[in-house]
Design a protein around this ligand. Structure first.
Ligand code: C5P
Length: 229
């Protein structure tokens, strides 16, 4: 039994501006979410995907299969974590409790098979693993009046990317726990960490970017055009 991809795509993409949720912006005529789903489902270790959509989503093309593998849809929630939780519940009949799930942002179109393979290889234990990249810039903490308060060490600091891989029921329990405690988690690993788990950091490609601004879209277009298949 392979891993299942969970793709939260219920965000409204308001930071990008414009009408279209960002997961439906296109590169080479294909929406970002299609690039993400094809990258995941064309990997031999991934068995299928669950996509969490906004209740009033009118852009979803209605796929039930991508790359010859099943795609299940469900209704997402108000926060990203609610959408992931809804997807994990929607998966219950198609996966065992200990199935690995790979949670991946719909707005990250430039995911490579090698990174998926390395993540799957590291996520086997109960704590899971995430793709991440070391921080390259010098970090400043802002103080009053827009002045620098201090410089933070970037040593041992990583940017959390996706996919993030966990056992299905461990992640479900962790997300439910965070929701009960009223804690807004910004990624899945954060929910796991709160339960005492120590997910592994797997160094992934720096160009696995999340499209948030028009400049990101232009960069993603450039990166995808350079890929040889
Ligand atoms: O807004 P942000 O870039 O953090 O969103 C990351 C991913 O989470 C996007 O794919 C977005 O559609 C998804 N999301 C969601 N449900 C929400 C908010 C965001 O599925 N309520």
């Amino acid at each position: 039994a392979g891993a299942w991809a969970v793709v939260p795509a219920a965000g409204r993409g308001t930071r990008f501006g414009g009408e279209l949720p960002k997961q439906y912006l296109t590169i080479n005529g294909k929406p970002l979410i299609e690039h993400a789903l094809r990258a995941l489902l064309s990997h031999p270790g991934v068995a299928g995907a669950v996509v969490a959509l906004a209740p009033d989503d009118t852009h979803w093309p209605g796929w039930t299969e991508v790359e010859g593998k099943p795609v299940i849809r469900c209704v997402g929630g108000t926060e990203r974590a609610d959408s992931v939780l809804a997807a994990l519940h929607a998966l219950s009949d198609d996966a065992h409790d200990d199935t690995l799930v790979l949670v991946h942002d719909a707005a990250r179109p430039n995911l490579w098979h090698r990174d998926i393979t390395r993540l799957l290889d590291s996520a086997g234990d109960n704590d899971g693993a995430i793709l991440a990249a070391p921080v390259r810039d010098t970090l400043k903490r802002a103080g009053d009046g827009g002045r620098i308060e201090c410089t933070e060490s970037r040593e041992r600091l990583w940017r959390a990317l996706t996919p993030q891989a966990f056992r299905r029921c461990a992640l479900r329990d962790a997300l439910e726990h965070a929701a009960r405690d009223g804690i807004a988690v910004t990624d899945e690993a954060m929910a796991m960490e709160r339960t005492g788990a120590r997910p592994r950091l797997v160094e992934g490609r720096e160009d696995n970017l999340k499209v948030t601004t028009p400049a990101d879209l232009a960069l993603a277009e450039f990166l995808l055009a350079r890929r040889v298949h």
